[in-house]
Design a binder for this molecule. Sequence first.
Ligand SMILES: Cc1cc2nc3c(=O)[nH]c(=O)nc-3n(C[C@H](O)[C@H](O)[C@H](O)COP(=O)(O)OP(=O)(O)OC[C@H]3O[C@@H](n4cnc5c(N)ncnc54)[C@H](O)[C@@H]3O)c2cc1C
Length: 443
Amino acid sequence: MSPQPGHDKRSRLLIDLPHGTSGAARREVRLRAGPLSALEDPSGDCDLAVVGAGIIGLAVARELAERHPALTIRVLEKEADVGAHQTGHNSGVVHAGIYYAPGSLKARLCVEGARLLYERCERDGIPHERCGKLIVATDGSELAALDELERRGIANTVPGLRRVDADGIRELEPHARGLGALHSPGTGIVDFTGVARSLADELRERGAEVATGCEVTEIRTGGRRIELRTARGEVRARHALFCAGLWADRLAVACGGDPDPRIVPFRGAYLRLRPERRHLVRALIYPVPDPRLPFLGVHLSRHPSGDVLVGPTALLAPARDAYAPGRVRPRDAAATALWPGTWRMARRFWRTGVRELRHAAGSGALARAAARYVPELRKGDLEPGPAGVRAQALCRDGTLLDDFAFSATERALHVRNAPSPGATSALAIARHVADRAGRALDL
Ligand SMILES: Cc1cc2nc3c(=O)[nH]c(=O)nc-3n(C[C@H](O)[C@H](O)[C@H](O)COP(=O)(O)OP(=O)(O)OC[C@H]3O[C@@H](n4cnc5c(N)ncnc54)[C@H](O)[C@@H]3O)c2cc1C
């Protein structure tokens, strides 16, 4: 076991908090202790390096810290704060597990993850609300798909799921219209960035380091350690876990892994309802999704910030951090354009692509899509909102990988595909990865 670097007075103070100390008390101690990551030197030896401080990397590190308290764990994050990419740029919805093929990892880990997430939020006082959600059919042709969603939801043991008719829709969402809907009372909203911060806090309390501004730029394997060159020095670990979201494929390839699947970035832009029109939506109103696509379609969702979001779009982006619409990174654009899967996918889904281009071109098309569910909604009710970029794994044969996917390389495990409901599922994904790590790595 390597010595635990960076264990100064602050981290000892935090570790020594008695078990059961409340979240508020822990936060207060942390505030007194000040930020840790900017001062620590993350270089040197450790047992386990976790690359990526999104919600999944942090949850995985936390799970392993709890299971193996003697391990020295270092989380390496390239941005200045945790949760800076997908974790901090999403719909904020705690999915209940309705959509996913029974038996899939998504089905199992989403249901388990939502339960664990609510428990954590309640324990740590993280803003959340079980506001419920409607999946609404507006056209007779969608009713069969709604039946299938209900069948899946029941098979996946989604709590409280029930069918409602047009009157039932109005009762739950007075401004919404539809022929019929599925109501999921257990679906909710949460501040995922708050969850990421609480995980980082707990890690530090357990004596692990979360080093920000610490991009992994080069990886060497082959010896008794995996060597990670970072922006803040060299880290040598007995094992590494890569939870790098939009950059997952690049780091896997740098470890000698398979380039298939490649991550392609899909930009998701939202509009938001003007504050005086927020009353049009009480909770979450979703369409019946296209079963061929891994995205859930344009929805209206109350966000923990108080905003009501309309979106997101789903358009291939020329940069993996394309939060601003004009951002182009030649390396990212080339990686997408030169991947054979991209062209195979484009041939299959060109109609969807054209629709998404219309959604992205201006607020009119997105407003019309949302008005199918809330007829009073007008283009003038909407103002520009935030944007996120989805990390979607795309296989060489053009298949959009639907389920969560993991792989292994020498001394390392990789999360290769963790799109929505990845944030909801993070705490269960962490258990899954920790089980795999327990079997595959010498922890
Ligand atoms: C528009 C949108 C809407 C969504 N809506 C929902 C939703 O409502 N509910 C839900 O459950 N899920 C939703 N998701 C999916 C969810 O956000 C993701 O599944 C989840 O955040 C994935 O977490 P992550 O930790 O894998 O990725 P990320 O949060 O992207 O974290 C990966 C981290 O790795 C770091 N990293 C990458 N490369 C390096 C490197 N070389 N060195 C160091 N660090 C590195 C990155 O900086 C980043 O912080 C949505 C996603 C998007 C984009």
